[in-house]
Design a protein around this ligand. Sequence first.
Ligand SMILES: [Zn+2]
Length: 235
Amino acid sequence: MDKRIKAILERDGSFDDTFYYGVKSTGIVCKPSCAAKIPLLKNVEIFSTLDEALNKGYRKCKICMKEKNKITIYRYSSPCGVLMLGSYGDSLCLCDWQVERHRNHVDNRLKRILHAEFEEGVSPMIEKAIRQLDEYFAGKRCEFDVPLLFVGTEFQKKVWNELLKVPFGQTISYGQMAAKIGMPKAVRAVANANGANSMSIFAPCHRVIGSDKSLTGYGGGLPAKEFLLKLEHVL
Ligand SMILES: [Zn+2]
């Protein structure tokens, strides 16, 4: 069997971008990995490029060639590390430390859930976030009003929204936070959700510390957490 036919039958994504197949009965062109129903092989026409298929009158499949959304990415140099800002539509969807050890995981989660690709640049929302961060780091801003889009599980979103209620210059322990969301026993889960927060500063997970007042951990590194708490006159 032609290895390309085999790839279609197995929806083998490793063949994506090496060839495309048109379905004569529908007039639609697909990638090998397409999740749509596998066509009868007698209707399949193989193309080595997408253009060949389009020139022949095929239309792009809405399942495997859906246009990707765009997340605009900007690297903001703060006094305590580089933050990756991301905007999606009219919201900020990312403000996370570039050195964060879950970097790829967080980026891939955003791309997958928002069906989007990263594109370096600026957008009105990024500009607004930059202005507010500049003011915050200059000690001239205690609150933010940038629209945030949290991308995560329902539980994570619950925890991240709770972070928004911790005011500038105050701290809360993981245990207190678990109690606040009505799940006093979920201290570890709350700590994990905090660790997965990809909206640093705006959703101030740096204000969450251990019940013994130790700084515990931080995605941007403990020196960054210490810096932020000093900026807020907590330390
Ligand atoms: Zn398709």
